[in-house]
Design a binder for this molecule. Structure first.
Ligand code: G3H
Ligand code: 13P
Ligand code: ZN
Length: 319
């Protein structure tokens, strides 16, 4: 039971052909929902904080709540900075006790991404912290790293990038995307029920990358599947979410059996929690005890992530 880096987790995941879930945390209920789900499934887990999460809750609170969650459950946890935009952002969380950081230099040109990532790696490794970097660009908006247009990772860059920077894992762009509206309806086809289906992931690029850096852990961001039952529940109870589309779970399951060792999921958890809160508030209008809607939201998140462990990651009973 410990706060650990991702090193051992990724080694086991690579060899065992599964992936570790990296779930975004912002508050107590999310942390409890995620870690209790991991405990119930006997799975390791990565808890990650965006710069938005750090602004909302603060690194000190988040670290202390994660310590409490580990003490309660005994689950192995890596505490990770998601999409760190700068050297300073990385330094702040390392000083706060995080064990893993992402430096997201994907929006810089190649040489600048290499130079800035290398600087982060030197600082982090000297303090026993592992580093994830990104090559290629995913569409979507995060707090401090914004991309209007995606472009796929160029397999011919990965070997040189990994060698020059010394990173521990690499996030790549093969068609996933951030948020609950990953693609415009015109980019999608429709299934028999009229549900939007996105263009398939580029497994050819992933395979080419695997060949060039065998044994090296790959990360997939933007890996929510956007469960349509949760979207429907949100809309039934007063929400208005249109044209929501995610990455089908079978495709992520296939990726998790490859060199992909870390799969980032946030939007699905947000949908599950919002649906649960909306249901309580709509069906029990006189309720005003926050525990009565945050409790069901926490349970819903736990159930969703238990489902992910089995149906997407394959990390059950591998802790
Ligand atoms: O990839 C980004 C995560 O979903 C975090 O989003 O910046 O709104 O906290 P956030
Ligand atoms: P989703 O928006 O698909 O959940 O992706 C989350 C993510 O990549 C966090 O870094
Ligand atoms: Zn991301």
């Amino acid at each position: 039971m410990a706060l650990v880096t991702t090193k051992e987790m990724f080694k086991k995941a690579y060899e065992g052909k599964y992936a570790i879930g990296a779930f975004n945390i912002n508050n107590l209920e999310i942390i409890q929902g995620v870690i209790r789900g991991a405990k119930a499934k006997n799975s390791a887990v990565i808890l990650q904080c965006s710069t938005g999460a750090l602004k909302y809750a603060g690194a000190t609170y988040l670290k202390a709540m994660v310590d409490a969650a580990i003490a309660e459950t005994g689950v192995d946890v890596a505490l990770h900075l998601d999409h760190g935009p700068s050297f300073e952002s990385v330094k702040e969380v390392i000083d706060a006790g995080f064990t893993s950081v992402m430096f997201d230099g994907s929006h810089y040109d190649y040489e600048e991404n290499v130079a800035k990532t290398k600087e982060v790696v030197e600082y982090a490794h000297a303090r026993g912290v592992v580093v994830e970097a990104e090559l290629g660009v995913l569409a979507g908006v995060e707090d401090d790293v914004v991309a209007e247009k995606s472009h796929y990772t160029r397999p011919e860059d990965v070997e040189d990038f990994v060698k020059k920077t010394g990173v521990d894992s690499l996030a790549i762009s093969i068609g996933t995307s951030h948020g609950a509206n990953k693609f415009k309806p015109e980019q999608c086809t429709k299934d028999a029920n009229g549900i939007l289906l996105p263009p398939p992931l580029r497994f050819d690029i992933l395979e080419e990358i695997e060949k060039r850096i065998p044994g090296f852990p790959i990360v997939l961001h933007g890996s929510s599947s956007v469960p349509q039952d949760e979207v429907a529940k949100i809309n039934k109870f007063g929400g208005n979410i249109k044209d929501a589309v995610g990455i089908p779970e079978e495709q992520l399951r296939k990726a998790a059996k490859s060199a992909v060792c870390k799969v980032n999921i946030d939007s699905d958890g947000r949908l599950a929690m919002t649906a649960a809160v909306r249901e309580v508030l709509a069906t029990k209008p006189s309720e005003f005890d926050p525990r009565k809607y945050l409790g069901p939201a926490r349970d819903s998140l736990k159930n969703l992530y238990m489902h992910k462990v089995n149906n997407v990651l394959g990390s059950d009973n591998k802790a």
